[in-house]
Ligand binder design. Structure first.
Ligand code: ATP
Length: 514
């Protein structure tokens, strides 16, 4: 545990030191759970957004993108169910005065049991070596079976109590399990209450006429209310999708874990409008397609897993999360939800407008079903950043800190470095810089010994360094150094553009998805 915490602390301090993420309004001591993306962070975030947008919109001829407003007519949120049901169960500790999400306290307790299972599995795997059959072990080893039953029973009860809104039973469960305040160890709890997560604000200047608005808690509703506009003007035929990226706001009870859970964050969502009855087929399709997108970044298959929901949201008939192994364990990165016709039907009812599609094949109109993929851009940022930050032992006994960002996402693709600040080398380096800057986001650095400059670029996540040295004057070649392997190759200046392009061009990466 201490190791995980250390690793996570390193991620947070590295993000600050290398210009990725700063605490918001830091000169005023910051604002809890609000962060600013710094010069490198803004680039990385933009590149992730583009990687998603190209995969979803540009590469699907039946998916288009929109950019709806953050403010929406307040009835939107009545129709969507957010006014009545967008709540989290919260509980306060009377001694520490700290507030927690009651369901998260129970889930964290279960995660500890699961960690025990993982430990037993790891031990057995070591003991049995190649002969180890995980499935058999997990289903027969008495201690593991007991842990599994325990974990399942707790989750089942939590799910049922939340479903029935039986908050007294959620509290009873916390007490029966002996769950204590993680910070202080106190078990002196208040009752569990529901807390609405939407931020309210007012539109208009005069007190009498001002209208109560909400900051949108998800981008999805901007897509639903525009469904017919897009379908008609884009002459879209079912199945088709509408994609959108943008800010969402939630007054999270416990916003912690850095940019994993924020009060202002960005979502990348796609709603796929389909024929009723075909939802299972599209659910399976999008689960696979989205996982492939993640895997195309080469961050390791073992870092992802699906978690199928047992407790479904009021709008869903099936839902799964793609979970990622963050420094603090496997957690939700993306959701894939089969939302039925819930949203469009609700908007039909509340707006009194028909939101139907005339299907020429069936010769009838219907309210389409919706399959949604929804990923948090900031969470994706954290997944990429934390997974990329590595410390390596080198052969000479030293260690290097290297940020192995997938090259396609790296903020800066190339650093141009003259070996020394004389003998005409900076002039050539600057010429290369001026030439390549049209194609890639690059940087120029001539300060300090070249070894230190390499380390600096490694830690900042720059995949390539180009070094101009005395031989360059003779033969027009430079050294191209790879961040991950530290391999150095002699290449011709005129080959640079193509060599770098092969490694960073989004096309080469996204082809793996198709
Ligand atoms: P969680 O259970 O972690 O609160 P959720 O199930 O409420 O998430 P959704 O409503 O399905 O999340 O939102 C879709 C995606 O938006 C999530 O998978 C996550 O990546 C992202 N997301 C949701 N809430 C936050 C937040 N407070 N901060 C950052 N990202 C978020």
């Amino acid at each position: 545990m201490a190791n995980k915490d250390d690793q996570f602390k390193k991620v947070i301090s590295h993000a600050k030191e290398y210009g990725y993420i700063f605490p918001s309004s830091e000169i005023y001591d910051g604002l809890s759970a609000v962060y600013d993306y710094a010069q490198n962070g803004a680039e990385l975030k933009k590149n992730i957004r583009e990687y998603w947008w190209k995969a979803m919109v540009q590469l699907h001829d039946n998916i288009v993108g929109i950019d709806a407003s953050i403010f929406m007519h307040p009835t939107t949120w009545k129709a969507s169910g957010h006014v009545d049901a967008f709540n989290d169960p919260m509980i306060d500790n009377k001694d520490s005065k700290k507030r927690y999400r009651a369901d998260v306290l129970v889930e964290d307790y279960v995660a500890k049991i699961e960690a025990k299972i993982d430990k037993e599995v790891a031990k057995a795997k070591k003991r049995f070596g190649d002969d180890f059959d995980k499935e058999q072990f997990v289903s027969t080893h008495p201690r593991v079976v007991k842990y599994t039953e325990q974990a399942n029973a707790i989750l089942k009860r939590l799910g049922q109590s939340l479903e029935k809104e039986d908050l007294a039973d959620v509290k009873a469960l916390i007490e029966e399990l002996g769950i204590a305040d993680p910070d202080t160890g106190s078990k002196n709890w208040t009752d569990v209450k529901q807390f609405n997560l939407m931020f309210g604000t007012k539109l208009g200047a005069s007190a009498d006429t001002a209208m109560d608005l909400y900051l949108r808690p998800e981008t999805a509703q901007g897509i639903f209310v525009n469904f017919l506009n897009v379908q008609k003007t884009g002459r879209m035929k079912i199945p088709f999708g509408i994609a959108q990226t943008g800010k969402a706001f939630r007054n999270e009870i416990v916003a912690r874990q850095f940019i994993f859970r924020m009060r202002e964050f960005e979502q990348m969502e796609m709603q796929y409008f389909i024929k009723p009855g075909s939802q299972k087929e599209w659910y399976d399709y999008w689960k696979e397609a989205r996982l492939k997108w993640h895997l195309s970044l080469g961050m390791g298959k073992d870092n992802y897993r699906f978690h199928d929901h047992e407790k479904l949201a009021h709008y869903a008939d099936a839902a799964a999360d793609i979970e990622f192994k963050f420094p603090f364990g496997f957690k939700e990165l993306e959701g894939i939800h089969s939302r039925t016709d819930f949203d469009l039907s609700q908007h039909e009812e509340f707006s009194n407008k028909k939101l139907q599609y005339f299907d020429p094949e069936e010769n009838k109109s219907y309210v389409p079903y919706v399959l949604e993929t929804s990923i948090g851009l900031d969470r994706m940022f954290l997944a990429v950043f934390s997974n990329s930050l590595q410390e390596e032992e080198l052969e000479n006994g030293t260690t290097r800190t290297v940020l192995k960002l997938p090259a396609v996402l790296a903020p800066t693709k190339v650093a141009i470095l003259p070996l020394v600040k004389k003998a005409g080398l900076p002039e050539i380096a600057k010429k290369i810089y001026e030439d390549l800057k049209w194609d890639f986001n690059i940087t120029y650095d001539e300060k300090d010994a070249v070894g230190r400059r390499y380390r600096r670029q490694d830690a900042a996540g720059t995949p390539f360094c180009v070094t101009v040295d005395h031989d360059t004057l003779e033969d027009n070649t430079v050294t191209l150094r790879h961040r991950d392997t530290m391999e150095q190759k002699r290449v011709k200046i005129e080959e640079l553009r193509d060599l770098v392009d092969q490694e960073v061009n989004i096309k080469h990466w996204l082809k793996k998805v198709q």
